[in-house]
Design a protein around this ligand. Structure first.
Ligand code: NAP
Length: 262
């Protein structure tokens, strides 16, 4: 018997990387899961891999999280497939790396949709369904950048803070209704996105991929990058009834990288 047996969960941005890690642990632990991505090929590839292990407990919806219409349709289709909704696990696509001065005004607008506005749309669409659940929760995935800004990730440093304002606001407002709202802050997890960040830094600093990878790892007290399923286990715990008295919390999954006390 898994720790989220029978729970109905929508995990956004989940054909690979962190979202996929979360979806896999949730499925392993008995949940029914709807995955999502923008690219139809990625969604059907991920879906056929997951269906071969979890059968009809998993479904996929193609939707672009920067489009309000797509986000409302995504929740609608997820609820139809699952027959309700117990948990919304919010993960989004990655912003491009860069300094503040390298990012144009239009790019800020696009990334505001990618990194913050879509969370507001998703919560609005999901809330009426979560209110009908007996174990409702929302888990927002952000980044350790919300506690300690990361050089060359201006978009993430600036915009993700808003998700924490949303998380703390919702946690207090929804606690009397029994809806728990928490955040997970990944550090360096081995995903395609992280491989691109390492390549980018290697190019900027005239180093090899392996040199930068070793530098990344040496900055982490646990001396290695994390696995998507290690992130997924923390998400799954927060979705489960074992986190029944946890709300408004921000949990880093970073191998000890953050230095701040809180
Ligand atoms: N990996 C880390 O160490 C780390 C650390 C901190 C924060 N983060 C953040 O966590 C998020 C996930 O990172 P990741 O490393 O898992 O990235 P990834 O390996 O590149 O995976 C990204 C996933 O998001 C989907 N996606 C991208 N844009 C989308 C959109 N507009 N609408 C719907 N789905 C979309 C992709 O599917 P499609 O391509 O099919 O759309 C894919 O499934 C990003 O926001 C990233 O910045 C990652």
């Amino acid at each position: 018997m898994g720790i989220v047996e029978g729970l109905k969960v929508l995990v956004t941005a989940s054909t690979r990387g962190l979202g996929r890690g979360a979806a896999e642990v949730l499925l392993d632990q008995g949940a029914y899961v709807v995955i999502n991505g923008r690219n139809p090929e990625n969604v059907s590839k991920a879906l056929s891999e997951l269906k071969s292990r979890y059968g009809e407990r998993v479904h996929g919806v193609v939707a672009d999280l920067t489009s309000k219409e797509d986000v409302y349709r995504l929740v609608d289709e997820a609820v139809k497939y699952l027959g309700g909704l117990d948990s919304l696990v919010y993960i989004t696509g990655p912003p491009r790396p860069g300094k503040f001065t390298e990012i144009g005004v239009d790019e800020w607008e696009y990334n505001a949709r990618l990194l913050i506005l879509n969370a507001i749309w998703l919560v609005n669409a999901a809330l009426p369904h979560l209110r009908k659940s007996s174990n409702p929760s929302i888990v927002f995935s952000t980044s350790i950048a919300v506690k300690e800004p990361i050089p060359y990730l201006a978009l993430s440093n600036v915009l993700r803070i808003g998700i924490h304002g949303l998380m703390k606001t919702l946690a207090r407002e929804l606690a009397p209704e029994g809806i728990r709202v928490n955040a997970v802050l990944p550090g360096h997890i081995e995903t395609e996105r992280n491989r691109r960040l390492i390549e980018d830094r290697a190019l900027r600093e005239g180093k090899t991929y392996e040199e930068v990878y070793r530098e990344y790892a040496s900055e982490i007290p646990m001396r290695r990058l994390g696995k998507p399923t290690e992130f997924g286990w923390v998400v799954t715990f927060l979705v489960s009834k074992y986190a029944s008295y946890v709300t408004g919390a921000s949990i880093p999954v970073d191998g000890g990288l953050l230095r701040s006390h809180f």
